[in-house]
Design a binder for this molecule. Structure first.
Ligand SMILES: Cc1cc2nc3c(=O)[nH]c(=O)nc-3n(C[C@H](O)[C@H](O)[C@H](O)COP(=O)(O)O)c2cc1C
Length: 220
């Protein structure tokens, strides 16, 4: 099948983008509005954008009614009505239920912390709290907000955040900062309501050596 994006409905585009670019990590993003109201919501349009400087990117979609999600409003620079700061927490198995519940579309100012019973903990550098239950938190200062089609329903807005502080739970890495995978029960998003667990890991070399290394599982 060949598809021309121009002939696809918004729903079809969503199915393709959300269902095929997988598995995706999930940023569980805590923010605060200028009046102090707390917010936390999951975003799987999320990735690393740069190592030096350390920059993360999250992409809230404009709601079907054309309005902005609270995370975007709150992460906007102060001159644009936000706080210019946000915290990326991990999406891990231990609070799967609460992470998914936090995707509830609450009215602006109503907190998903209250809805889910999750606990805000003070951040070190930025004003929005980190999630106390999260094994990691990247405190971010908003570098840039870049709408891809301002106001269009289901269009994305890139929020680039420079990491200004990192919190890591004891035991998540060894002393050399190598992640202990068995201690990090991180989830992946597969689109729709489907997730994957990171319980089936394997090591494999890269470069030429990959061509002569037997795979550690049978070929399909
Ligand atoms: C696992 C998961 C991943 C999500 N990823 C995104 C995303 O990348 N972009 C987006 O706009 N919404 C995403 N959502 C939906 C938002 O979490 C939802 O719209 C939420 O209400 C936004 O909250 P806010 O208005 O407080 O920012 C996701 C939901 C779930 C459960």
């Amino acid at each position: 099948m060949d598809l021309d994006p121009r002939s696809l409905s918004t729903e079809q585009r969503y199915k393709i983008m959300n269902g095929l670019v997988v598995p995706r990590p999930v940023a569980f993003v805590s923010t605060q509005d200028p009046s102090g109201a707390l917010n936390i919501a999951p975003f799987s349009f999320f990735n690393v954008a740069s190592v030096d400087p350390m920059v993360l990117v999250i992409c809230p979609l404009t709601r079907p009614d054309g309005t902005e999600k609270d995370t975007l409003r709150n992460a906007r620079p102060e001159a644009e009505g936000g706080l210019g700061e946000f915290v990326v927490n991990a999406a891990v198995e231990r609070y799967l239920e609460q992470m998914s519940a936090a995707a509830e579309d609450l009215p602006h100012g109503e907190s998903e912390f209250a809805l889910t019973g999750l606990t805000p903990a003070p951040s070190q550098v930025v004003r929005p709290p980190r999630l106390a239950e999260s094994p990691l938190a990247f405190e971010c200062r908003t570098l840039d907000v870049r709408p891809l089609a301002k106001g269009r329903p289901m269009s994305g807005t890139l929020i680039l955040g420079e990491v200004v502080h990192v919190y890591l739970e004891d035991g998540l890495t060894d002393d050399a900062l190598r992640v202990k995978h068995d201690a990090y029960d991180v989830l992946g998003r597969m689109g729709g309501l489907t997730y994957c667990r990171t319980t089936d890991l394997f090591d494999f070399p890269r470069g030429r050596a990959a061509l002569t290394t037997p795979r550690p599982f049978p070929k399909k």
